[in-house]
Design a protein. Sequence first.
Length: 499
Amino acid sequence: MTGVPKLELLNVRKAFPGVVALSDVNFAVERGTVHVLCGENGAGKSTLMKILDGIYRADEGEIRIDGGRVEIKSPEDARARGIAMIFQELNFVPEMTVEEHLFLGIEPTRGIPGFRRVDWGRIREGALGMLAAEGLPYRPDVKLRHLSVSDIQMLEITKAVSRDADILIMDEPTSAITTREVDGLMRKIDELRKKGLAIIYISHKMDEIFRIADQITILRDGAVVESRPASELDIDRVISLMVGRTITNVYPKEPVEPGEVVFEARNLTRSGVFEEVSFNVRAGEIVGFAGLVGAGRTEVARAIFGLDPLDSGRIFIRGVEAGGGAVRDSMDAGVVMLSEDRRRYGIIPMRSVRENAALGNLAKFIYGGRLHAAKERRAVAERFMAIDVKTPSLETPIQSLSGGNQQKVLLSKWLLAEPRVLFMDEPTRGIDVGAKFEIYKIMVGLARQGKGLIMISSELPELLGMCDRVYVMGKGRIRGELAASRLSQEEVMRLATLA
């Protein structure tokens, strides 16, 4: 590659109270290439991209576009310079419609100066064209609150590529979409690359990285540790550079002799969502739920936990029928749920990591008419240390942490509750290889303690590597159950796609 790079960052440094996020980072992206940025959660990837997007200002260093030095003072400034970013953490207004979301901030108007108004006809026409071009089946007038995380992620991608950006940043764009949608996205990226766009792609999925990357840069502890063509690297080398050590067994599953049935669902039905769903989990088992997006896996877990109503069906915990149907009833019975959508259902952004972790367990720390703050801090700190939560302090607002570390704070919250049964919905979504390994080890440890774990995941290798059994769902029904000896990606997909 010759000539001036489309984008360069030179000697960029950024610090926050108590932590240096970036230290003398040099990073360049050529036109017509996909430059993959790798690193553990907390390595500085998101901070670097937020500097490019105008959300943060670098303390030192400079940014160059087409060889010229620029200052990016705001996201609007970034858009004006041809930079578009798709965030891993989706920010949207649930009451907006699809068409309003697609045209937010660029609404066409009509009328005379001083008396202009939004041209809803052009918005409808434009939205229909964008949706048709990307093969998306959504109605332009449907509200976002009726769509799944996967649906909204696809809309974000559509919105970004429609605005004629020539620098496109994609932060974990496949974290919540199906295999078929991933294939479509890869084709779209290849199309954009051929048009000459400079694409920065952040991902923790190694197969994805080597499928698409021209160049790979690896960050660790806020510094660049390697940057070279993808053809000169392999998966083991990238993982080693990311985590600073060699991980020889990505899935540390250990055999555990299953005990008694700790959880059983019989004929659970929620009209129009799922029906006649029956399954069980034994002490010491890790049971997986596979299926395409929209199969009903998350909806079943939400209903069991008490977030959504059940029309019929029975739930048994250690052989005793559970009643009530509210979240507090589930928690009292020892059932908890780690949600796939931490922004909507998990974190309280402005509150500290300590408060977020302790929130589900206040009875442990508030008694005798007062808060036992030292006990709370000690319990939270011990849990954070156990799963390596990276945070400057216990009082750091959770919104300032990376997505993976936010997820680990939420996992800490539920582990503090000492559950008997733990539903984990996409527990490693947006989490790096090293952090995934730590969460897998925690899952194995919980299984050894006799807990029952249910893992909902869209990553088939994860289900195959960690589960004793897998239930496969499709169109709101369980299509089959696969023992470990029968588990394969082909068999899971065969069941998931049954008519």
